[in-house]
Design a protein. Structure first.
Length: 112
């Protein structure tokens, strides 16, 4: 994963070697969060000094299991302004359900 300046897309800074998805900035711009390829919510400290940008070492915060989505850019988590709390849309284990039986043409059985 990379960060590029906007609107001029010249140059880029590598954030993650193994990739990631759903990047979100902390409100003050001092941290970038993303879900890593192995399912961990990850934080990267960043610094900006005028025209320069540098990224620190990514560190995993906790494991997440987010649902699959057909939307092009879903965000399955939200981070507070200070980057200390997260709200995560996660997959919850579903209890095993018994099989559903459907009887077609049941009115014919009533006539017998």
């Amino acid at each position: 994963m990379y960060v590029r300046p906007f609107p001029a897309a010249s140059g880029q800074t590598q954030i993650s070697i193994a990739g990631g998805m759903q990047p979100e900035w902390r409100r003050d711009g001092k941290e970038l969060f993303y879900i890593s390829a192995d399912g961990e919510l990850t934080a990267v400290p960043v610094t900006t000094d005028g025209a320069t940008f540098s990224a620190g070492t990514p560190h995993a915060l906790f494991d997440v299991e987010v649902p699959e989505s057909n939307q092009p850019y879903p965000t399955d988590y939200a981070v507070t302004a200070d980057g200390q709390r997260f709200l995560v849309n996660t997959v919850v284990d579903q209890p095993t359900r018994s099989a559903l039986t459907v009887i077609l043409n049941w009115t014919a059985d009533l006539k017998k």
